[in-house]
Each structure stands twice: as C-alpha cells, then as structure tokens.
Design a protein around this ligand. Sequence first.
Ligand SMILES: Cc1cc2nc3c(=O)[nH]c(=O)nc-3n(C[C@H](O)[C@H](O)[C@H](O)COP(=O)(O)OP(=O)(O)OC[C@H]3O[C@@H](n4cnc5c(N)ncnc54)[C@H](O)[C@@H]3O)c2cc1C
Length: 510
Amino acid sequence: MTRSLWHPHAVASPSSSSSPPAPPSLDSDGGDWRVPPRPGQVVRNWGGNPQLTWRPGLLFTATSEDEVRAAIQTARHDGRRLKVLGARHSYSGVLNDDDGEYALDVSRMVVPGDGSRPGAAILSPGQTLKTAVQALDERGLALANLGTHAAQTVAGAVATNTHGTGRAFPGLSGMVKRLDVIDGLGRIHRGISRDHEPELFLALRSGLGILGVTTSLTLDVRPQFNIALERTVESLPPFFDQKRIDNEVSRHDWFELYVLPYTKSAVVIRKNETAEPVSPGRGSANGLAAVWRWLQERFRCFVVNDLYKWLVAVMLRAPGLADEIFALQRLFLATQSAAFVDRSDRALLAEYERNPWQHLWEIELFFPVAHTAECLQRVCEILERGKRNQDFVTEFPIHVRTVRGDDSYLSPAYCPDSERTFGVISVPQNPVNDRADLFEALTDALDAIMDGHRERPVGLHWGKNRYTGLKRLEERYPGLEAFRQVRQRLDPDGVFLTPWAKAALKIDGG
Ligand SMILES: Cc1cc2nc3c(=O)[nH]c(=O)nc-3n(C[C@H](O)[C@H](O)[C@H](O)COP(=O)(O)OP(=O)(O)OC[C@H]3O[C@@H](n4cnc5c(N)ncnc54)[C@H](O)[C@@H]3O)c2cc1C
C-alpha cells in the first residue's frame, strides 16, 4: 500500500473539544508508525478460530497520541473504519472487522507511570497484563485480582471486563479509576473518572473498542501480597447445594471450580491472602528446578485438557462405559492436589497455559451468586444429555467463578452500586462440536432460572460469546441505552463501529 494516507482536516487543540484536531505531519516523524500489512496478512485471534480472522487494508502502529489521531483521521478520510488491536485473546467478533478496514496497534505506546497516586497506577493500555504486573511488582505493588492468564493487553482486558474470581473483586473494568481516550472525531478526552464526565466513565470502562482509543489507564493497585493456594479433587454433587457454595465463597477470598462434566468430579481451588512467606520451590526457578516445574505444569495441562478430551471422545463411542472411563481421569487428577504459598500474581494466574491450538469457543454466563448451585446443576444436566444423545458435547472443564458486580454500562455483572456478587460459569466448546443451539440451550435454561427468581436474564461475556442476536438484550444490560448514547456522542460517524458491534448491540446508523 503506497498511496498517500493522510490528508489534513479541520484543526483543533488537543484537549476535549468539539471539532476534529489536526493529526501530526507524517513527513516530520518519518511515518514509520504506519505499517502497511504484508500481502495477505491476516489478523487472527489467539484461538485461531477461522471465523475470527480478517485482513486489514492498513495496519497502523502508533507510539503517541498524535499518531493515534493521525490514524483516525486517515481512516475517516478514506471512509474506512479503524479497529484497535489488543492481544486478540477474545473469542468473539468484538476483535475483528471486515477485510479492507484499517487496524491500529498501540502495543508500543508507553505512558509514563510517574503520575501514579497512592492506591492507583497509570498503565500503558497496549502493554500486556504480564508486563504491567511485573512492573508493578518491581515497585512493591500488585493488582488485587487477575483472570486466568496475563497475555491480554491492559486496554483489551478492560474493554471486555476480563475478570478472575472472588466475591469481593470486580473485573478489570471495576478497577479502573481514570482513563484518557481519543474519540472517533480525533478529540482527546483526558482524566475521565467518576467525578469528571461520569457517563463517559461508565461507558468507556467496558467500551468493547467501539467508543474510541484508550491511551492511558489508571487502575486500583495495592501493596504486593502473598496467597495460600489449595488445590484438591472433590466429588461434584455437594456443589449442587447452594449452602455449600455460599460457605465456600464467603470463607475463601478466591474460590473456583473446574468441573469435569460427565465425571462427577471437580478440581476445587481455594485461595486466601496470607502473611506467610512464599513456599520453598515457588518463586522464580532456574536450571533443573525450572525444567521440573515446566514438566509438572505440562502434565497438569495434559490431565485437565488433553486426557479429558480424549476420554470424552472414547465416552461418545461407548457411553455405557462412561463411569469407568472417568474413574481413570479421577485417578490422574488425584495426583494433582497441592497446597502452597506464592506471590499474588503467580497464585492468581492459572498455572498452566491452555493449548493455543485448541480452537475453543466459550460461552460465559453471569447471574447473582445466590443461584450458582442451581445454574451449575442445570448446565451439567444439559451436558449430560449430550452423553446420551451424542449432542451438546464439551471436551474441556467448565469453569465456575464469582465476581463482584460493577456499574460500567455494558458489564455482564452490572449493578448500580457495585453491591452484588455474581456467579460466573464458562462452558468451553471445541468447534468440531460447535453448536449455536448449545449456546441457546444454556442461555435459555439459565434465563428460566432467573425468571423464576425474578432476576434479570443472565449477562454474557462480550469477549467470549460469538453469537449476536441475543434476545432480551436491554434487560440483560440495563445500561445499554446509556451506552448507545455515549457511543453516538463519541463516534457519531461510526469510525469504530464494526458490523459485529452494530448487530450485537442493536445500534442503528453509524
Ligand atoms: C487463554 C485465555 C484466557 C482468558 N481468561 C479470561 C479470564 O480469566 N477472564 C475473563 O474474563 N476473560 C478471559 N479471557 C478473555 C479475554 O481476557 C478477553 O476477551 C480480553 O478482551 C482479551 O484482551 P485482548 O488484549 O486480547 O483484547 P482483544 O481480544 O484483542 O480485543 C478486545 C477488545 O478490546 C479493544 N481494545 C484493545 N485495545 C484497545 C484500546 N487501546 N482502546 C480501546 N479499545 C481497545 C479491541 O478493539 C476489542 O474490541 C481469556 C481468553 C483467553 C484466550
């Protein structure tokens, strides 16, 4: 792509303003931030899902706000959309656009962190959570919670409200204190917070990448701390009793289950903050110790993922032998019990990498925590039906977690005063067995439970549920209309409004 990319439009000062600002002259900076994609270059998601790949017409690499504004102006001039790329760990259309539209990479944009205040740290939006967490640790700081992995970018994870587990901890959107964003007209909005532009604050924290480009994020942080982790393999049916769930959730700071459907077993992980020192053998390892740890992690990954997947395949051919087949799984799992103390980030992140070649889909459903046992039982029943009918099969563990609600408009755990805790169930699926009707069956079944309790229908994780056309959308996301209004204000011409977002959020125009 060699043609001239940039033409000046109206000029404005780079502060909150109503007219589009002038992008920087590309002649003056050498223009190397603007990288034409190689012929046929494809943007893929981490899972390699064929439906989630696209070929941008141009890929911009911005290292400053001026360069971000220039990319926006170029897209506007060329009548193209602009998609900001995170680490592409989403499993839904949230991360892609049509071939030929433009893409923007902000991973090389560094925001100085010196302005951090006590209890808060300024983070570069395009850096990975892993880099951010390491940099915080060097300053004796930590995030209070993390999801299972840290390869996502800070801004990408915030955009979809990536979360971990724990009754007291919201997802990353709920940890945002302040942000800077450049909107679809190229205007810079600085210092958006609960006190300054609160509507923008509530919309941008789970902005799905369609409101603007986040150029700086300030997150809640705390002094570094240690966590005592206990991992056991237990019988699943007791967790169908809500009293048991309530007890576990209230007694442990971080509680989660990896349920192996069909097996009646679950890997149970309980974590609590502790003043105890890190256990010997944890921390960074070198030489043989590092190799040994890597082997242990691969083995755990093999037992929970690959072995389980193979056993499910055997079960499908011999459903009558399911119990015997999974007795074997339980035997392997029993070797995986452990208890140790580790630094917070190492204890919070999952200990093993998921296989990147597993082209998973995932559906993730949010509901008030008081209904977790009932929802879990219902999900297991639906999958159990799969065992009988070779239908609705999942070959990976179901993850059960909790998350504190937050008031960002599109949070699947939305609650106005952040006063509630939600249960979260993720059901992964191999695309070989990819079934839109499983997605519907799970959503409908849990909605029916919510109806029975006079709760709103379940919320769904925007980064994981690829099906658009959700029924009862406004009921699921009570802040949706307010979000649409902010979107119209920030990006009236729809520079960031992808077809997926239009369909998923039922947005007209743009
Ligand atoms: C192995 C794995 C583990 C996961 N674990 C969890 C988990 O524990 N909990 C959980 O909740 N989710 C989890 N997810 C889902 C994942 O965290 C989310 O989908 C997250 O959005 C991915 O972040 P990303 O950086 O890859 O963003 P992408 O997927 O690349 O993009 C997501 C959105 O963010 C937008 N975006 C990126 N950068 C910016 C920016 N600077 N300004 C504005 N918008 C921007 C993009 O345009 C896009 O709309 C997991 C996914 C994988 C593959």
